[in-house]
Design a protein around this ligand. Structure first.
Ligand SMILES: [Zn+2]
Length: 504
C-alpha cells in the first residue's frame, strides 16, 4: 500500500530540496529521502545526516567486498562519517554507483555546493539476471556514437543486456570478411518508403554498417557498463539483404535479381535451406560473429518466415523428404536445430523469437516471447528458458497514447507508460515454471524512427518502467514509481536526452 505517511515524506523531500541556503561559497542542498529508479529492495532510514562537498561525493565512498552478496547485488550505508558500499562483484559496485549518482541532485553545483544526505541503509539486488533493451539498427542505422548513447541510457537504468538487431530485409549492418558483398551491396537500399505509403520511395540511397573494429569498440564500451551485447543475425527470414548480395542462397536461384527492401513488412523471399551452401553461409557468418561478441547467447531470429517459396522450391521439398520432415514448419525446425548445434559446438547458446516453437525446439533453446506472453508461458511449461518481451507491454515503437495526432508517426498500437509498468512476468506460471523466465526486455524497432532524438522520445520514460519490472518484479506501485521518475527526469535533462514530457 502507498500510504499517506509515505506521501508526506516525499512531499517533505521536495520542499526541503527547494529550501536552499544561499551563501558566498555555494548553497547547501538537503536530500531527505531516497528516490532511485529502479526501486531498491529496501531503504531503511536512520537518524543523522552526512554532509559532503557536492563534487567530492564519489571520493567519500569506501568500497568493501562482501562475498555473501549475490552477483550484481549491493548495499549502501550512509552514516554521518561517510558512505560505504558493499558488493561481491564489480557489477554490484557499478549498480551502487548508479544509485549514488541518482542521490546527487542533477542541477547541483559540484564546485561550490554542499550536499547533505540522510543516514540510511540501502539493500538491493535485481529480480532477473537478464534485463534487456533492443535496438533495430537495420531499418534505420545508428552510428557508433549513437549506439554508445543508447548504452549510457541503459546503464543509468541498470539494464545489463543489449540486443543488437543487426540484419534485416532493409539492410545488413555488420562487416563479414568472408562475405564482403553483405556490406558492399546488402547494407544499402535504393531509397525508403515515405511515411506509411507502401508504394512510395524517397529516392535517397540509404545505408551503413559497422566495421568489425567498430563492433569491438561497441562491445568494449558496453562491457565497461556491465552490459552484454547479444547480436541478432536473422535466420532464415528477414534476409532480403542477404539475397541481394548472394542470390544463390535463395530459392529463386542465382539468376534472380533481388533488391534490398525499400518498404517495411514481412517479405516472402527467404533463404533456401534446401541448399547446403546456405548452411555454409550461416556457419561462416556466425563464426565471425562469435569472434566479435563474447556473449553466451547468439540471437538467430527465426521470426516471420513465410513458407511460400519453400513450398514450391524443389530443393526445399527434397530436404523435407530426405530428412523425413512433415512440412515446411518442420523445415524451419530443422534449420534452427542445425544452426543451434553449430553454435553449441562453439560453446554458445541460441535465442530465437517465439516462432521457433512452431517447428519444434530442443530443450536448450531460449525463447524470446514477443507475440504476447504465450510463447514464454509455453516455453516455460516445456522446460525451455524464456525472455519476456510481449509486444503489448514492451514494444516501444508503439504510440504512447491514444491521441496519436499530436505524436510523431509511429508503427501503431497504444502502449502508455502505465501499461509497460503493469507487465507481470510470471503470469500463468507456477513456482517451478517461473524459474524458466530469465528476464524481461523492451524492443525498439525503427521503421519510423530515423534519428536518435526520436528513439529517445520513444524510449524515455517507458524504458524506466521496463527496467523497474526487470529489477524489482513484484515491488510495484505506480504512484511511487511516478514520484521517483520525476526525480530521474532531471538526469535525463542533465544528459540532454530527449523524452516524452507529457508522460510525467
Ligand atoms: Zn528452397
Amino acid at each position: 500500500m502507498f500510504d499517506s505517511h509515505f506521501k508526506k515524506i516525499y512531499l517533505l523531500t521536495v520542499l526541503s530540496a527547494m529550501c536552499l541556503t544561499a551563501s558566498a561559497i555555494g548553497k547547501t542542498v538537503y536530500v531527505e529521502d531516497i528516490a532511485i529508479v529502479p526501486k531498491p529492495q529496501s531503504v531503511i532510514m536512520a537518524d543523522g545526516t552526512f554532509s559532503v562537498k557536492a563534487g567530492k561525493v564519489s571520493k567519500s565512498v569506501k568500497y568493501k567486498t562482501d562475498k555473501s552478496l549475490p552477483e550484481e547485488a549491493y548495499s549502501i550505508v550512509i552514516a554521518n562519517k561517510g558512505i560505504t558500499v558493499f558488493s561481491s562483484s564489480p557489477s554490484g559496485k557499478f549498480y551502487a554507483k548508479q544509485s549514488i549518482r541518482q542521490m546527487i541532485p542533477a542541477d547541483i553545483d559540484t564546485e561550490a555546493d554542499i550536499l547533505v544526505l540522510p543516514c540510511c541503509t540501502i539493500k538491493d539486488a535485481p529480480a532477473f539476471g537478464y534485463r534487456g533493451a533492443h535496438l533495430d539498427v537495420a531499418r534505420h542505422f545508428f552510428s557508433v556514437e549513437e549506439v554508445k548513447e543508447y548504452l549510457d541510457i541503459m546503464a543509468l537504468h541498470k539494464l545489463n543486456t543489449f540486443h543488437f538487431h543487426l540484419t534485416e530485409d532493409q539492410g545488413w549492418r555488420i562487416e563479414i570478411k568472408s562475405y564482403p558483398r553483405l556490406t558492399e551491396v546488402g547494407a544499402w537500399r535504393k531509397g525508403t518508403m515515405i511515411e506509411k505509403n507502401f508504394s512510395s520511395n524517397d529516392g535517397v540511397r540509404y545505408g551503413g554498417f559497422y566495421t568489425q573494429k567498430e563492433i569491438k569498440d561497441i562491445v568494449r564500451y558496453a562491457a565497461e557498463r556491465f552490459i552484454t551485447v547479444i547480436p541478432e543475425i536473422e535466420i532464415p527470414g528477414h534476409s532480403v539483404s542477404v539475397l541481394a548480395s548472394y542470390p544463390e542462397l535463395g530459392c529463386r536461384g542465382k539468376d534472380y535479381r533481388y533488391e534490398v527492401s525499400t518498404t517495411w513488412g514481412v517479405m516472402p523471399q527467404v533463404c533456401c535451406p534446401g541448399r547446403e551452401e546456405t548452411f555454409t553461409f550461416w556457419e561462416k557468418v556466425l563464426s565471425e560473429v562469435i569472434e566479435l561478441f563474447p556473449s553466451k547467447y547468439v540471437h538467430i531470429g527465426g521470426d516471420e518466415c513465410p513458407k511460400d517459396e519453400w513450398r514450391i522450391c524443389p530443393l526445399c521439398q527434397k530436404r523435407i523428404k530426405d530428412e523425413g520432415l512433415k512440412n515446411e514448419e518442420e523445415l524451419q525446425g530443422y534449420v534452427t536445430r542445425r544452426v543451434e548445434a553449430f553454435l553449441n559446438s562453439k560453446g554458445r547458446s541460441i535465442i530465437g523469437w517465439d516462432e521457433i516453437l512452431e517447428g519444434g525446439v530442443t530443450p536448450t533453446a531460449t525463447i524470446m516471447s514477443w507475440r504476447g506472453s504465450k510463447g514464454a508461458i509455453q516455453a516455460a511449461k516445456m522446460g525451455n528458458r524464456a525472455i519476456l518481451t510481449p509486444n503489448g507491454f514492451c514494444y516501444l515503437d508503439y504510440y504512447q497514447t491514444k491521441d496519436t495526432e499530436n505524436e510523431p508517426l509511429a508503427i501503431g498500437g497504444n502502449l502508455p507508460l502505465s501499461k509497460c509498468y503493469s507487465l507481470d512476468p510470471f503470469e500463468e506460471l507456477d513456482e517451478e515454471q517461473q524459474k524458466n523466465i530469465i528476464g524481461v526486455q523492451c524492443n525498439l524497432w525503427t521503421e519510423y524512427i530515423s534519428t536518435l532524438n526520436y528513439a529517445e522520445y520513444m524510449l524515455l520514460p517507458r524504458l524506466a518502467a521496463i527496467a523497474e519490472v526487470a529489477w524489482t518484479n513484484g515491488r510495484k506501485n505506480m504512484d511511487d514509481f511516478m514520484f521517483r521518475l520525476r526525480h530521474l527526469r532531471t538526469y535525463y535533462d542533465q544528459e540532454g536526452w530527449n523524452y516524452r514530457k507529457q508522460s510525467f
